[in-house]
Each structure stands twice: as structure tokens, then as C-alpha cells.
Design a protein around this ligand. Structure first.
Ligand SMILES: [Zn+2]
Ligand SMILES: [Zn+2]
Length: 281
């Protein structure tokens, strides 16, 4: 399976880092699942070489604007792009309420029956397991300012081996996050603040880089990538140094467009960055 980290920034995007958005691809035809939908998701797909017709499902972790705000423009771009396939939106009750509201605000409901593709809303809650795109998705609890989830996702196609992708999305530091990271082939977590800003991070329900790396270390994740970064305010070298003090495994500091392949070799699952490749296979 492939993980395209299309955006790596926090809620305040910069030239180099868009709002955090991740695309997963696996299975026959490498169908794509989008995780979160902030910023300019259609452009992110194009930039990552993904034909939007490959997009099956969108999973939205929570309804903060940097995670859901791009939904109306994505839907409109898909329509203009003459999509015909069904689009499914997965989220908790709060996410679906906001998603429906955004769509209704633009009067999309009025034209829905003339659209070339149907939209389905599927409610998910922590503790449940769903099939999302080409993946089996375990929905995990996290603690954030509003209802939010983490996920552990594995390709349904067993041929690809025992691969586990874990993602916290936005969360305060908590021991319960270890369950998301546990032995993951690749664990991606937010890391919004630098060490020393623990109180500020907790006040707004986020983590420091050290806390994020500690979750990965305690969960014995095989690889770690940090997103929701506040760089360029914090230099990449400082982020790497802080993370690698707590986490001694395979560390990736992604940039927008970084693509990571998860694969199993003789039963040993590994993650590796596909260098010089900014197109999702
Ligand atoms: Zn966020
Ligand atoms: Zn948030």
C-alpha cells in the first residue's frame, strides 16, 4: 500500500506546508481513500498524480476547518471533472452534521439529483470497524477540542501482508494513543508544538513533537512520520532532533508530497520513502 502525505502543516498553512491531508492507495486499481479534507484537496490530488476518478471514500477525523473546510470545493471539482462514481464520506456524527451543512449551504442539495454522482454519508464512532475504500478501518478514540478520532487501517487485500497504518489526527497527549501506534508499520501523528510548550499544547488539545515521538516509542511503531507541523517556525533540523531523542526507529520528516510505501518482505512489514517520486503509484 502507498501513503501520500499531501499536506503536512497545521491549521495555519505556509508556502511549504498545506493543511494536513493524507491519501492512501491499495488493492486492485490502487483505489484511493482520502483522510481529511482541508485546504485545496482537489489540487493536492492532481499534484500527487491521482486521477480523481480513483477516489473512493473520504474519511474526516473531525470537523475543524483545516480538516473539513475543503470539502465543498472538492465536491464541486469532482462534478466539473465529470465524476460518475459514488462518493462516500465517513465521519462521526459531528463531522457529518458539518459536512451536510457545508453542502446544503451551497445549495448542492437542490441540484444533487442532477449530479452525475451520488454522495453517501456514513457515521462512524470510536470502537467500530468499517470498510473504508480498500481498507479495513478500526476507529480509535482521541481527545481533542471537539469529537475526533484516530484510525488503524490495513489493506483488505491480504496479499500485501500484515500492514498497519496508524494515524492520530489532532489530539492531546494521552496514554490511550499508544493503541493507535501499537506495532504499526507506519504511525503518523500530529506534532504541533515544540518541547517546552506542553502547557500551550494541552490548552488547545494538541501535542508537542516530544510527546508525539513518545507515543510512537511506547507503541513500538516501526516507522514514524510527523504532520500538522508548525514549521517553518520550527526548523526541520530542530523537529528531527527533538523527535529522535524519544523515538529511535525509522523516522520520516515528510514534506508536502512525500510518498511512503508500506510492504511486507518475508512477513516483515516495512515502510520506506519513495524518493524522487511525487506521484502516487
Ligand atoms: Zn488540525
Ligand atoms: Zn483540530
Amino acid at each position: 500500500m502507498y501513503v501520500a502525505i499531501m499536506g503536512t502543516g497545521n491549521a495555519l498553512p505556509s508556502v511549504d506546508r498545506a493543511n494536513t491531508t493524507i491519501a492512501l492507495a491499495a488493492g486492485k486499481g490502487r483505489r484511493v481513500t482520502l483522510i481529511d479534507c482541508g485546504g485545496d484537496p482537489y489540487r493536492n490530488l492532481v499534484r500527487t498524480g491521482v486521477d480523481a476518478k480513483r477516489l473512493d471514500d473520504i474519511l474526516i477525523t473531525h470537523a475543524h476547518i483545516d480538516h473539513i473546510g475543503g470539502l465543498p470545493s472538492l465536491i464541486e471539482s469532482l462534478r466539473i471533472g465529470e465524476r460518475t462514481e459514488r462518493l462516500r464520506i465517513f465521519g462521526n456524527a459531528h463531522v457529518l452534521k458539518v459536512a451536510r451543512g457545508l453542502i446544503a449551504l451551497y445549495d448542492f442539495e437542490l441540484t444533487m439529483d442532477r449530479w452525475p454522482f451520488p454522495i453517501e454519508f456514513i457515521e462512524i464512532e470510536a470502537g467500530q470497524r468499517h470498510q473504508v475504500g480498500a481498507f479495513s478501518c478500526q476507529v480509535m478514540p482521541t481527545e481533542h477540542a471537539i469529537p475526533s478520532i484516530g484510525v488503524r487501517m490495513s489493506p483488505i487485500d491480504e496479499v500485501q501482508g500484515p500492514l498497519v497504518f496508524g494515524y492520530t489526527s489532532d489530539s492531546v497527549y494521552s496514554p490511550m494513543l499508544q493503541a493507535i501506534a501499537q506495532d504499526a508499520t507506519l504511525f503518523i501523528t500530529e506534532a504541533t508544538y515544540p518541547r517546552g510548550a506542553e502547557d500551550a499544547a494541552r490548552a488547545v488539545f494538541h501535542m508537542t513533537i516530544s510527546q508525539a515521538a513518545t507515543v510512537a516509542a511506547e507503541g513500538r511503531a516501526k516507522a514514524l512520520a510527523l504532520v500538522h507541523l508548525s514549521a517553518p517556525h520550527y526548523a526541520e533540523r530542530a523537529v528531527r532532533a527533538e523527535a529522535c531523542q524519544s523515538y529511535k526507529g525509522n523516522f520520516v520528516l515528510p514534506r508536502d508530497g512525500t510518498i511512503i510505501e508500506l510492504h511486507a518482505f518475508h512477513g516483515n512489514a516495512q515502510a520506506r520513502v519513495l524518493s524522487n517520486l511525487h506521484q502516487l503509484p
